[in-house]
Design a protein around this ligand. Structure first.
Ligand code: AMP
Ligand code: MG
Length: 522
């Protein structure tokens, strides 16, 4: 029997077993020796539901949202019998220790269990907390649409991620300097209810270690293992190591998926890495269009491009090193931690190779050389090929001769025909090698193409698509939000009536804010 959201039974866990801040007043401050602070949500002026995820409702075995559910999801009223709270964490931002950060505008409004699985529900944009620092605690419609659509799209692509249940306008105006260039403007306020088994980040451990709060560090680690990694056994030194090993593995698997679908997170600070290996905090993320490993959507990072597409695996490793340092006081042995980090690197290379082979429909990946994959990536980059369209065209049919392949390639390139023609020789060489590998495998084209279509999505949330939905939503029209939501429910399906979204990025989107340029302002 399905329930309504408001009828879920609160089962505090993080806020029951860990340490609460003794200060109850809500003002910005440094807190110590605790894991979280109780804090209430801010009542919105005139809340309005924009979208709710029917898929997530179904998964949670919940009925369609009722008025009382919406009152909770907008932050108007608290969830009955649950004390909302904000989590304390720190983080390395752009490679530098930033000290205490914490949930500056995310408030956990409910912890519960559904069929024994823990779920935490969190309002992003729910109002100021003790961790808001100099910011206001709110979120704008623009960034909330991006988080809502993308997290559900990632889920449907099979990428580990937090989910989004609802997207609401608050009816408040929120001032933002979108490009950090002194041009502040009022934007529509919004709030997303997102959910995850846990919102614990690498940074929750880092802050405790950095402040030498070792008792609280052990409490948090023991709690995390008992609640979220129970299969690892009772907390002890060896369990801490298996925990770290599993976090490394899950993080690696997540990055492999990002590379497979062309997702660039944009702000891989340690406070934005989930301990469960889930994609979290959708800010200035973006999707590769023309294949370019040096691309980052985040203008704040345009100088060093630390978080560029081709660097995501290295950064994940860098972040894992910070996590290893953070839990080191509970292990006091560097070698086994280092071994896990080395293993991350070797298994990443292996899995990346395998993933790339799967995109090409090659299953005997041992016989595929790294050089062959490198050559493909170089060609894709040099010819400015749209990543999503390329792999999908390759999955669409069998190319028996180079001519038909090169013609199809032309439809996926941002270069003009003449410039592309200059790359023909390189492609011919690669195509020959590809044909040989396919012959060696001898798999029926039909079944190969079928499996390729399951790893090469036809539709992703291209940067300009999200922006079109935002532009419409700013004018009060949410149809495109729904259209994109529906489209991205089945990203691997053909959906012939949606063919217009399987196309090269339009020229106007090249230098438009929100399409090619994004900042952390949200
Ligand atoms: P982010 O770069 O979005 O991951 O945020 C980094 C830190 O800034 C986190 O502690 C956030 O909670 C906080 N933060 C971001 N935006 C706001 C906001 N509008 N109000 C309060 N805190 C914020
Ligand atoms: Mg964050």
């Amino acid at each position: 029997m399905n329930k309504t959201f408001a009828k879920l039974v609160p089962q505090p866990s993080f806020s029951k077993y860990l340490e609460a801040d003794a200060v109850a007043e809500n003002f910005t401050r440094q807190v110590s020796h605790v894991h979280f602070s109780f804090t209430a949500t801010k009542k919105p002026a005139k809340p309005e539901l924009i979208h709710a995820s029917p898929d997530l409702l179904q998964e949670l075995q919940l009925e369609k949202l009722k008025d009382v559910d919406l009152d909770i999801l907008s932050g108007m009223i608290p969830f009955p019998n649950f004390k909302p709270y904000a989590m304390r964490y720190g983080g390395h931002q752009f490679g530098h220790w930033a000290g205490q950060l914490g949930d500056g505008r995310a408030i956990n409004i409910l912890e519960t269990k559904i069929n024994d699985t823990p779920w935490t529900f969190q309002l992003k944009g729910g109002g100021p907390t003790p961790y808001s620092r100099s910011a206001d605690g709110f979120a704008v419609l623009r960034s909330s649409i991006r988080e809502y659509l993308c997290s559900e799209a990632m889920y449907n692509l099979g990428v580990p991620t937090t989910r989004a249940l609802s997207l609401m306008k608050t009816g408040d105006w929120v001032p933002r300097d979108m490009l950090y260039n002194g041009n502040q403007a009022d934007e529509h306020g919004a709030v997303v209810c997102r959910t995850s088994p846990s919102f614990i980040r690498f940074g929750n451990f880092e802050i405790l270690s950095a402040q030498n709060e070792i008792k609280e560090l052990k409490q948090l680690l023991d709690y995390t293992i008992t609640e979220h990694f129970p299969h690892l056994g009772m907390p002890a030194k060896e369990t801490y190591l298996s925990f770290f090993s599993e976090v490394a593995k899950r993080t690696k698997d997540m990055i492999i998926d990002w590379q497979r679908v062309g997702f660039v997170h944009g702000v891989m600070n340690t406070d934005n890495l989930s301990i469960l290996g889930l994609t979290i905090d959708y800010g200035p993320y973006g999707w590769l269009e023309n294949y370019d490993p040096s691309w980052t959507p985040n203008t704040t990072d345009s100088e060093t491009r630390r978080y560029r597409f081709g660097n995501q695996s290295n950064i994940a490793l860098w972040n894992l090193v910070q996590l290893a340092n953070a839990i080191y006081p509970l292990i006091e042995e560097a070698k086994p931690l280092e071994e896990i980090l080395v293993k991350y690197k070797t298994s990443y290379s292996l899995d990346y190779h395998q993933m790339m082979c799967s995109k090409l429909g090659l299953s005997t990946f041992e016989s595929v050389s790294e050089g062959f994959i490198d050559a493909l990536n170089m060609n894709l980059e040099a010819s400015q090929i749209d990543m999503t369209m390329f792999y999908r065209e390759l999955s669409n049919r069998e190319y028996l001769d180079f001519k038909s392949f090169f013609t199809a390639l032309g439809t996926t390139s941002y270069l003009d025909n003449k410039t592309l023609l200059a790359k023909k020789k390189d492609w011919e060489k690669w195509f020959d090698d590809y044909q040989k590998l396919l012959e060696q495998e001898g798999m029926m084209a039909e079944s190969r193409l079928l499996t390729m279509k399951k790893v090469n999505p036809k539709y992703v949330l291209r940067n300009y698509m999200a922006q079109l939905a935002i532009d419409e939503a700013d004018k009060g029209n949410f149809e495109l939000v729904d259209e994109l939501y529906q489209l991205l429910r089945k990203p691997y399906d053909e959906q012939p009536n949606m063919q217009k979204w399987f196309a090269l990025r339009p020229d106007w989107a090249m230098n438009k804010v929100g399409c090619s340029m994004l900042s952390c302002s949200s």
